[in-house]
Design a protein around this ligand. Sequence first.
Ligand code: SF4
Length: 343
Amino acid sequence: MDKTALADRLGQPAPFGRSPFAIARGNIFEARLKADGCAALLDPLRSRLGLPAGDDSPLRVPDLLPRSGPAARAARTAQALAEAVAEPAAWTLLDHPMLRLTVAGSPAYLEPDAVVVRGGRCTVVEIKSFPVLDGAADPAKVGAAARQAAVYVLALQEAAGQRADSGPYDTQELPGSPELSVLLVCPEDFSNRPTAELIDIRRELATTRRQLARMTRIDELLDALPPGTSFDLVPDVAGQPTRPVAELTAAVESVPAAYSPECLSSCELGFHCRSQARCEGAVEQLGRGVRGELGSIRSVGEALAAAHGDAPEGDEAAARLGYAAALRAEALGAQAMAGAVAG
Ligand code: SF4
């Protein structure tokens, strides 16, 4: 399902994501690097990957059907990858290849900025618009780029035929297997000049593998849905959704949500789920920490009632809330008394 379009249709669009200026800056930097047969990218490839110097660019850039659908693009990428691996002496750059990765038992399609193949091995190239200043970049942004690249490396390992249950480092013998470091290319000191660094992603790779292995399969999730549930927006020929909002709202509400404030920065439905949690007065809107502290108390109304001493006997969380409220009232009373004496 397209969660961005669904949130939009429900009247709660998610206004998060990269700023349009950052996206435009990134696109311009990448286009500049890849113009004229990747002329500006050759220097980082020479300095970090050992691409030989020469007047004629030794880099081959095959056509990867950029205007086709994801499945056709993935098939073309697999073919180009196999051809590049079969010629270990050649240097090949796959520009925006389409990779396929099995996530929760279903195929997901991923598009790295580039993959360089030489000597039968691949290296993921990530192009980012954040600057490297005096040889150092923002560690949080480098970490995010490493986590993103780790998913691409997993997809390349899957393409190389690595078994899903094998360790992250068992790829050395497989032709076409990816390197365990990725080439991060960024602008240098606010200029448009590129600088590049190889980033070791073995830790990110191991973490991502563990997370993927723990995911519930999509067919199991679907089995748990009420029969007939669908989030289809039923688009018309112009791609505009035609499904009534009330029907969609009912479909979304038929699935229990586990909202927490962290959803706002990671899920397109965050604003919809927050508004539902607020309408229901659910304690989840106060964060996981408060939710855990409140134990059996499930709503803000119940929490306020417990604070005023109106709670069931023997409920530990309610008793603690009542005690805390009494302490607060006592402290405020003492403060008011001290103010009156001083006045
Ligand atoms: S509960 Fe959170 S993660 Fe789940 S759909 Fe709502 S916003 Fe998304």
